[in-house]
Design a protein around this ligand. Structure first.
Ligand code: 3PG
Ligand code: CO
Length: 584
């Protein structure tokens, strides 16, 4: 059993209110016209940077520092919040066979320390390993869906992209090849176009690649086609129940074969819909592919199998519920086919959803949140809907619910729905800040944790002007929280989960904006930039400062830091704390 008792920190006191502020999508980069954070008025964040140099630094928020396969992988909120909360770059050591471990060691720049437990893989790498070893085709989940291959159709639903945040095209390709070799007779792919983790317009190339793979299956006598599609922000991939209509539009197209747009060919569909004014990959309307008689080629019917191939959970939980739950009242499903459904991963360990999956998810245990609550730290967490699960579910190691409801309160502020966030770039920053302020002033909590989504959610729209407004709003929210901390004699930690708003243009290797047809290419995705972390507040005892012996520190080092600021020593296997207390 886990020993939950944390040792007292030799120098740092207990009982200070600690505000833990995560600015979503807020990286550090040189000021220029594409750096919305530098352009925006951000007096509060500026003062933290210009203040005491030993209380502000940068930490790594991408690549292997957050458990991603390579240093070319931009950070994302899932792995960012996992690392912030779990204090370790999460390991799947025990689950892998030694030969696979060796493969991992050879093929990824994962830092190996003395114990296996620091070898870390998040979902993307777990799926890679399962596909590379073929284990994915031997597991319970695959055997379950395989039962339908003889008489039914296999439907694959997911994000068609190589963004590597929610899914990866190369994994879909391997999956298709694998089912082709294992008796599948009929395959239908329901695509969701990206443009958010990858450049807008890249959907066309991804559809071409997929069509090639489907043609290869057809050469082998397998009836394989794209059956429906739509942009990820418009169809299927909502999260945290922000807008069930998004999932409904997906259901109508994928299951019922109904959509406002019909095409006989997916490439033509994407090209035509993209030609509409202001169209972009993220928001393409739903479409279905029909045969020459106008009949949809791939509605989901009794006896079929379905796989949702995204590995990341947040935007799959809702579709998983709609596919799996018998009692379901979020929208009228009209027809509920009897199917065998498996997720690429299990998306929610508490809900056991879905009940079948192809790859076991990473097990992130002993998070800082759980330790702190078990050591009596009363915790408040808040964000608006679109990031609420980030400061709760992801923070707590992809676990929903409270550790101890008597000591915790999680507050969700409803996000605007049915708009793109550049229309309301201030989002709910003020409301989140006010909730945090009230929680701090109430003195009922020892930790008050928030996520301010603006930089990220508006940054993803690619609207530079709106992103500047968004950054200003986030800065104002930070100010409100810091003022409250001042009033109660508390401590603040302000950081971010990954970069986004600090760079809005696609660049070449030398850093120059990339031109396409003479125009710059807007970068809607996250970045590889480091993020700031600042500590301060009247509750910080004299001498507390950032150490200078963890120069490559990353988000995972923040958990031990925060545990220290609550007056405890961090567990010994956590990544080292960023702070020390200098003797005066
Ligand atoms: C999304 O889901 O919105 C993006 O793909 C990733 O953004 P996030 O990691 O900041 O949530
Ligand atoms: Co984001």
């Amino acid at each position: 059993g886990v020993s939950w008792k944390l040792a007292d920190h030799p120098k740092l006191p207990k009982g200070k209110t600690v505000a833990m502020v995560v600015l979503d999508g807020w990286g550090e980069a040189k000021p220029n016209e594409f750096n919305c954070i530098a352009t925006a008025e951000t007096p509060c964040m500026d003062s933290l940077k210009k203040g005491a140099p030993e209380k502000w630094r940068l930490v790594r928020a991408h690549g292997t520092a957050v458990g991603l396969p390579t240093e070319d992988d931009m950070g994302n909120s899932e792995v960012g919040h996992n690392a912030l909360g779990a204090g370790r770059i999460f390991a799947q050591g025990e689950k892998l066979r030694t030969d696979l471990l060796i493969d991992v060691i050879m093929n990824s720049c994962v830092m190996i320390e003395t114990s296996w437990s620091v070898i870390v893989h998040f979902s993307a790498k777990l799926v890679d390993l399962a596909l590379a070893s073929g284990k994915i085709f031997e597991g319970e989940g695959f055997n379950y869906i395989k039962e339908s291959f003889a008489n039914g159709t296999l439907h694959l639903i997911g994000l068609l992209s190589d963004g590597g945040v929610h899914s990866r095209l190369d994994q879909v390709q391997l999956l298709l090849k694998g089912v082709g070799e294992r008796g599948v007779k009929r395959v239908r792919v329901h695509i969701l176009t990206d443009g958010r983790d990858v450049l807008d317009g890249s959907s066309v190339g991804f559809v071409e690649t997929l069509e090639n793979d489907l043609a290869k299956l057809r050469e082998k006598g397998i009836d394989a086609k794209i059956a429906s599609g739509g942009g990820r922000m418009n169809v299927t991939m909502d999260r945290y129940e922000n807008d069930w209509n998004v999932v409904k539009r997906g259901w109508d197209a994928q299951v019922l074969g109904e959509a406002p747009h019909k095409f006989t060919n997916a490439l033509e569909a994407v090209k035509t819909l993209r030609a509409e004014p202001k169209a972009n990959d993220q928001y393409l309307p739903p479409f279905v592919i029909v045969d020459e008689n106008g009949k949809p080629v791939g509605p989901i019917v009794d006896g079929d199998a379905v796989v949702t191939f995204n590995f990341r959970a947040d935007r799959m939980v809702m579709i998983a519920k709609s596919l799996e739950y018998e009692n379901f009242d979020k929208f009228d499903r009209v027809r509920v086919p009897k199917i065998r459904y498996a997720g690429m991963l299990e998306y929610d360990g508490e809900l056991k959803l879905p009940s079948h999956y192809l790859v076991s998810p990473p097990e992130i245990d002993r998070t800082s949140g759980e330790y702190l609550v078990k050591n009596g730290v009363r915790t408040f967490a808040c964000s608006e809907t679109v990031k609420f699960g980030h400061v709760t579910f992801f923070w707590n190691g992809n676990r929903s619910g409270y550790f101890n409801a008597d000591l915790e309160e999680y507050v969700e502020i409803p996000s605007d729905s049915g708009i793109t966030f550049n229309e309301q770039p201030k989002m709910k920053a003020l409301q989140i800040a006010e909730k945090a302020r009230d929680a701090i002033l109430s003195r009922k909590f020892d930790q008050v944790r928030v996520n301010l989504p603006n930089g990220d959610m508006v940054g993803h729209t690619g609207d530079i002007e709106a992103t500047v407004v968004a950054c200003k709003a986030a800065d104002e929210a930070v100010k409100i929280i810091l003022d409250a901390i001042e009033q109660v004699g508390g401590i603040y930690v302000v950081t971010a989960d990954h970069g986004n708003a600090e760079d809005m243009v696609k660049r070449d290797k030398s850093g120059k904006p990339l031109l396409k047809d003479g125009k710059i290419q807007i970068l809607t995705s996250h970045t590889l930039e480091p993020v700031p972390i600042a500590i301060g507040g009247p509750g910080l005892i004299p001498g507390v400062r950032f150490r200078n012996d963890v120069p490559s520190g990353g988000l995972a080092n923040v958990a031990a830091t925060v545990i220290n600021l609550h007056g405890f020593e961090a567990p010994s296997d956590y990544e080292p704390t960023l702070i020390e207390v200098a003797d005066k």
